[in-house]
Design a protein around this ligand. Structure first.
Ligand code: NDP
Ligand code: KAL
Length: 257
């Protein structure tokens, strides 16, 4: 039997280091036989990524800069990807940002600028990259983004990011309708708390982690590899009937009152 993602080319956005959710996804996609293209924003992330790829014997098809705040950067990245690789079959969007001062206190105090930044990088970016990526998805394929329970419920400190994730999840549904006619599926994974660079230093993170072990049905932490395998499933033909969906990979925490 051939590997699940044999002959599939997938673009992965959002590896900053070995703790990144996108790195867990990379390992799952690589093990499933996919050819991988990476995008990064900061030079530092590129260097970390290249070291990681080398250490793990993963040969990338391409590593290209892409700042999702900038339409020209997105256009250029996907044009280069198209010119070098032709058709792609998948896209992983694992990117989010809000200013630290908006991730504490009351949501009611969110500034206009802080609101727009969070929406811009964390939600609109999926719309912008889907528009470019679909041009290269001539054989159909899958797009998967990363979200969090704070989109559905009020989670202390998540604040402006919760509202951005709500927009992201709604975008998953609207985009799924648009690109479905071309055989492209759009889904999200809603992960439980995982200690990553983004999560570092934001208040309330440690408590959120410990509650999973106490209250979630599986009574254990979520890790990058679990999210990686679920994302791999959603990108694969095994999920060919699934689109517009938010799949919780959270030890079942979201079902508990
Ligand atoms: P990381 O810090 O590892 O990854 C965040 C990534 O976002 C970085 O690679 C960063 O790139 C990238 N990024 C930020 N701004 C931009 C931009 N303007 N253009 C391009 N890339 C950008 O954290 P995670 O792996 O935790 O986060 C990945 C996703 O998972 C996010 O959407 C997050 O909301 C989501 N998530 C995380 C959970 C957790 O508990 N960790 C739980 C549920 C969802 P660079 O460093 O190069 O700027
Ligand atoms: C309730 C939770 C506790 C934490 C609250 C808010 C978390 C927000 C996530 C958001 C992505 C964090 C940031 O944007 C951090 C940023 O302000 C500073 N960090 C950086 O700039 C680093 C260097 C770069 C790499 O980070 C980014 N993002 O570019 C939520 C927890 C339980 C679950 C989490 C962490 C969810 C999530 O969405 O990440």
């Amino acid at each position: 039997m051939s590997a699940i993602l044999q002959d599939k080319t997938i673009v992965v956005m959002g590896v900053a280091n070995n703790r990144s959710i996108a790195w867990g996804i990379t390992k799952s996609l690589h093990n499933a036989g996919a050819k991988l293209i990476f995008t990064y924003r900061q030079e530092r992330s590129k260097q970390k990524l290249e070291k990681l790829l080398e250490k793990n014997d993963i040969e990338p098809q391409m590593v290209v800069a892409c700042d999702v705040e900038d339409d020209d950067s997105i256009k250029q990245a996907f044009q280069e990807i198209g010119e070098t690789n032709g058709t792609i079959h998948g896209l992983v969007h694992s990117v989010a940002f809000a200013n630290t001062d908006e991730l504490q206190g009351e949501y009611a105090d969110t500034s206009r600028d802080g609101y727009l930044t969070a929406q811009n990088i964390s939600a609109y970016s999926l719309v912008a990259v889907t528009r470019e990526a679909r041009k290269l998805m001539t054989e159909g394929g899958g797009i998967v983004t990363q979200t969090y329970l704070g989109a559905e419920r009020v989670v202390p400190n998540y604040n402006v990011m919760g509202v951005a994730k709500a927009a992201l999840e709604a975008s998953v549904r609207y985009l799924a309708e648009d690109v479905g006619k071309d055989g492209v599926r759009v889904n999200a994974v809603s992960a439980g708390p995982i200690r990553t660079l983004s999560a570092k230093g934001v208040s309330g993170f440690n408590e959120k982690m410990s509650v999973i072990e106490e209250k979630a049905p599986l009574r254990r932490q979520v890790d990058q590899d679990q999210v990686g395998d679920a994302t791999m499933f959603l990108l694969s033909d095994l999920a060919r009937g699934v689109t517009g969906e938010v799949l919780h990979v959270d030890s079942g925490f979201h079902i508990v009152a």
